[in-house]
Design a protein around this ligand. Structure first.
Ligand code: ADP
Ligand code: MG
Length: 470
């Protein structure tokens, strides 16, 4: 049982990280279950920090989902076992180059878990928090301004310099990987630098919700309110759309909002969509979100993408010729996170192989990168995760069986294929054991309606989407 749990966790991780990272960092790591703890034995502290910063919430979530029990996570660093210190050194170097939530090499403790893009939920509580836990990497200085984000940048800067005095609340919205968390962190950082005495509370919508649930459960709502209403001069909430459909959280947030707003304390919110498109949001909150300023971030144009690449190369001390920067910017158009991922891949490659970046090499590496990204989201992958979520077999999903316990997950999987892959109805039908396109249309309509009408469905779908996208 515990063995299979370990296997399942490793399998999930495998699907989340690229082959490159899997081989470099997860292969030498051992996972074991011991009583109520999952022990993770890593060859060096860099890998520990990397796992901790990027995958701890996922591991905890999966452990709980698979076993219905809560596990403690215990890391042991087993230096010198399989891996020499030379590899540790190389890993450190690559991690730093990759820059992707790379742990802070100068300290023995993990980097603060909060305040950085990609980080959802904190790992443990005893981390040192420099500048109130904001990550100095994501500042206004490192934020490249272009047409797509210039308005948001100006608003953010003004709020950071005059909190509570210009726009309240500031509501920032935009698609994934476009810099919302970066801007929010930059605001927090700047306020903390301008006035270290300001008490800044910075959480995600998800953390806010979880803290409230715990406060209710452990009867500590008094402390919860003190934290958010009294001991708080500035409130930053990332991904506030998470509270949609959660009535109790919205109620609490409503009162928090009013208390802060009435005493002119600054509130800054980010969301993946504008207030009017957040489903199941109380009207009184929706209207408050509109009281201040709404600023959107659009996808960057080519020039901005090039500028971001150049800035990144410069800060890493990597040579990046203009033609290569244009090539990368042309190839990767989705969002800035992907752009950085592609760039990291290229620089890691040229670092490891000591070869110069040239157009042919860039195209080769990028096409692998793009293919991998597409692979991570496919009909098969959606089927697999839906099957895991509902505890059915993929075979069942593509079968003709019509029990509700199977039919509903099947419809959900079809719905997600439509929504996330934008695949055509006949295409989807074909991947589900050759079903007719009308069956798919019916499924998509039914689930779309269910999502609109019922919170349980909405929660399930977002949990699956989340596990698909990490
Ligand atoms: P979001 O929260 O909108 O999903 P993030 O803030 O996590 O996006 O941004 C994704 C990545 O892109 C981060 O590494 C961030 O530093 C980088 N990034 C986003 N916008 C910019 C920008 N304008 N200039 C430089 N880097 C950016
Ligand atoms: Mg974000």
């Amino acid at each position: 049982m515990t063995e299979s749990l370990v296997h399942q966790i490793v399998d999930v991780l495998k699907t989340k990280v690229s082959e490159f990272k899997y081989n470099q960092w997860l292969r030498p790591t051992r996972f074991m279950i011991d009583g109520d703890a999952m022990k993770i034995e890593v060859p060096n502290k860099f890998i520990r920090d990397w796992i901790q910063d990027n995958y701890l919430p996922l591991i905890q979530y999966e452990l709980f989902r698979l076993s219905n029990r809560e596990f403690k996570i215990v890391f042991t660093v087993h230096e010198g076992a399989e891996t020499s210190t030379a590899l540790a050194g190389a890993t450190q170097q690559i991690l730093q180059q990759m820059g992707e939530r790379a742990p802070n090499s100068s300290s023995a403790t993990p980097a603060p878990a909060r305040g950085a893009p990609h980080s959802h939920g904190s790992t443990s509580s005893h981390h040192p928090r420099s500048l109130q836990g904001f990550n100095s990497k994501y500042s206004f200085d490192t934020f490249v301004v272009g047409n797509s984000n210039q308005f948001c940048h100006a608003a953010a800067l003004s709020v950071a310099d005059h909190p509570g005095k210009t726009y309240n609340p500031l509501f920032i919205y935009g698609g994934v990987g476009l810099g919302k968390t970066h801007v929010l962190n930059a605001i927090g950082l700047k306020i903390a630098m301008n006035d270290p005495k300001k008490r800044i509370v910075s959480v995600t919508g998800e953390q806010f919700t979880n803290e409230l649930i715990n406060a209710i459960r452990y009867e500590t709502t008094y402390e919860f309110r003190r934290k958010y209403r009294e001991s708080c001069d500035i409130l930053l909430i990332d991904d506030v759309q998470f509270i949609s459909g959660k009535e109790r959280t919205q109620e609490e947030f409503f009162h928090t909002f009013n208390t802060l707003y009435d005493s002119r304390r600054q509130i800054i919110l980010t969301s993946d969509r504008p207030p009017k498109d957040i489903r199941d949001l109380e009207e009184r909150l929706r209207s408050r979100f509109n009281w201040g300023l709404i600023a959107d971030i659009q996808a960057p144009d080519t020039e901005t993408r090039v500028a971001i690449l150049q800035r990144r190369a410069e800060s890493l001390g990597v040579a990046l010729p203009n033609d290569i920067a244009y090539l990368v910017a042309e190839q990767v158009r989705t969002n800035i996170r992907d752009l950085e991922g592609a760039f990291n891949r290229l620089s890691a490659f040229s670092l490891l192989s000591k070869s110069e970046m040239n157009p042919a090499l860039v195209i080769k590496i990028l096409s692998e990168f793009i293919k991998e990204k597409q692979n991570t989201l496919s009909v098969e992958r959606i089927q697999e995760l839906v099957a895991i979520h509902y505890n059915v077999k993929v075979d069942d999903l593509v079968s003709e069986r019509r029990f509700k316990a199977i039919a509903e997950p099947r419809q959900i999987a079809m719905y997600l294929c439509k929504k996330l892959l934008k695949a055509s109805f006949p295409e989807i039908g074909q991947k589900f054991g050759g079903k007719d396109h009308s069956t798919v249309i019916h499924a998509v309509q039914k689930i779309t309606k269910a999502v609109e009408q019922n919170t349980t469905m909405q929660t399930s779908i977002s949990a699956i989407e989340k596990s698909l996208s990490i």
